[in-house]
Design a protein around this ligand. Structure first.
Ligand code: JA8
Length: 252
């Protein structure tokens, strides 16, 4: 997978050089490039923002640098692509914004097979809306939000999405089994986990987990998932599609 991020703070993405994704980059599973939006300006001050039409506080990111940056990425990808332009699907342009569709595990799974993801990291009050319109014939544009809170910019949201998507790419995570029983993989929150010692500061591990009875353990875990989800995220219980989980102990 090729991933490009456009930002005025490219150094934020240096963190991707370490840990899991750093190894995925070394092994060629993920090819990541951060692009400085200011490199696509033409004035001495490398200006990327201006005051909003209609008034209001803050500044808006100007459209032209974005069009130049995104076009540069698109044409470099077309040059590198082995497929002819018509055959290769348009890259997905993901724009983090508080007004976007909710990003969740289902969307991360849907994006993991994509060949090319482009992330646009907005700052200030956001990006001129005409960039979304300009991009629509050239990219599959996806405005997304990570939750109902406001950040100072899209970079931290993009880091989270790159990690959530990247770890689903075959070969990135050592043991693919570890991706199966996780929160949200089957529509529920994950069950609590324990390790040695079995008694810690007078606190015991649930007896059933020491029983070696795999059927009872699986049922215990499913019950704790349902209880925890009902308590903390009841809305997820309403979303469960029985056909979507291929768990052996689905009868609980
Ligand atoms: N939750 C989010 N807040 C923000 C703020 C800015 Br500025 C840009 C993107 C995002 S995504």
């Amino acid at each position: 997978m090729r991933i490009d991020a456009v930002t005025i703070f490219p150094e934020i993405f240096n963190v991707l050089d370490v840990s899991l994704l750093g190894k995925a980059r070394e092994s060629g599973l993920i090819d990541f490039t951060a692009h400085n939006l200011r490199d696509f300006t033409s004035d001495a001050h490398r200006t990327v923002d201006d005051s909003p039409y209609g008034g209001g506080a803050g500044m808006v990111m100007m459209a032209e640098p974005w069009a130049l940056a995104l076009e540069s990425i698109r044409s470099s990808a077309a040059t590198e692509s082995t497929e002819d332009d018509d055959a290769a699907p348009a890259p997905v342009l993901i724009i983090p914004t508080p007004s976007g569709h909710v990003f969740n595990q289902k969307l991360a799974r849907a994006l993991a097979p994509e060949e090319h993801l482009v992330f646009a990291c907005g700052r200030y009050e956001g990006i001129d809306e005409r960039v979304y319109e300009w991009a629509a014939p050239r990219f599959r544009v996806l405005p997304v939000s990570l939750g109902d809170y406001v950040l100072n910019g899209g970079e931290v949201a993009v880091l989270a999405m790159i990690e959530a998507i990247g770890r689903l790419i075959p070969g990135v995570v050592g043991n693919p089994e570890s991706l199966v029983e996780e929160s949200h993989e089957d529509g529920l929150l994950e069950y609590p986990v324990y390790t040695k010692p079995s008694t810690w500061r007078e606190l015991e591990v649930p007896e059933v987990l020491l029983s070696g009875n795999h059927g009872k353990i699986a049922r215990f875990r499913r019950e704790t998932q349902l209880h925890r989800t009902a308590k903390r995220r009841p809305e997820l219980i309403l979303d469960i599609d029985p056909a979507s989980t291929n768990r052996k102990d689905r009868d609980l």
